[in-house]
Design a protein around this ligand. Structure first.
Ligand code: ATP
Ligand code: NCN
Length: 214
């Protein structure tokens, strides 16, 4: 038997094996999380509940695709971003951390990530959550026409951005919180309070590590 036939038989066996189990429905919130804030946590929880998902994964990117290496790397390393996510989600059973992008390294193209995740978990339907600002940006994403066939995109409103796209988006209404990571970084730089904008543990971590104090 040649290698191609062997591979085809293996794939068929895998699919038959997995089709005996009910599908899992898993949300993914990808981001730079520099730092994670209440806006991220609220949309994760709301999408989990409204779409009756099994889990929501927080997926920190290594190098965000459209921001450029030089703008992000000097700001904060991945370890700190990941530690803050761990602190923020540890009391929520619906949430998990996914290290696929960090482990793969390089620019975190979602098409590559989803391909890897689907290969590992063929029985899982993925719901990729994006804020309104990101929905507007979707036409520029790598392999977007293939990607929309592989995941369900879930859009959550963000102030100043329209609820429309040429791609199929599952819109979920969540309380609109005008919080962003850039706003948190700015407030820390200006020695202003970030209490109630990030979880307490994250605020302590930022203070303890002296993050964002240029
Ligand atoms: N307050 C918010 N409301 C809705 N969506 C949000 C909010 N904050 C972030 N998101 C979405 O979460 C995802 C990850 O965001 P990211 O980690 O880049 O945070 P950010 O607050 O947008 O960061 P920055 O201010 O540095 O650009 C993106 O899809 C983004 O649109
Ligand atoms: O794949 C792409 O081309 C692409 C372009 C822009 C953003 N993304 C993903 O969208 C998520 C949010 O991006 P960002 O820049 O807000 O951190 C993150 O998981 C990125 O990897 C992906």
């Amino acid at each position: 038997m040649n290698t191609k036939t062997q591979k085809q038989l293996l794939t068929k066996a895998k699919l038959e094996f997995h089709s005996n189990f009910p599908k899992r429905h898993v949300g993914i919130l990808g981001g730079t999380f520099n730092p994670i804030h209440l806006g991220h946590l609220v949309i994760g929880e709301q999408v989990y509940e409204q779409l009756c998902l099994d889990k929501v994964l927080f997926l920190p990117d290594k190098v965000p695709p459209h921001r450029g290496v030089h703008k992000t790397i000097p700001e904060i390393n991945s370890d700190d971003r990941v530690n803050m996510i761990k602190l923020a989600i540890r009391n929520n059973m619906h949430f998990d951390l996914d290290m696929t992008d960090i482990k793969r390294g390089g620019v975190s193209y979602t098409y590559e990530t989803i391909r890897m995740l689907k290969e590992l978990n063929p029985n899982t339907e993925y719901y990729f959550i994006v804020g309104g600002d990101m929905v507007e940006n979707l036409p520029k994403w790598s392999h977007i026409d293939e990607l929309v066939q592989m995941v369900h995109f879930v859009g959550v409103c963000r102030k100043g951005f329209e609820k429309k796209s040429k791609y199929p988006i599952l819109w979920v209404n969540t309380p609109e919180l005008e919080i962003s990571s850039s706003m948190i970084r700015q407030r820390v730089r200006e020695h202003k309070s970030i209490k109630y904008l990030v979880p307490d543990d994250v605020a302590w971590y930022i203070k303890d590590r002296g993050l964002y104090n240029d």
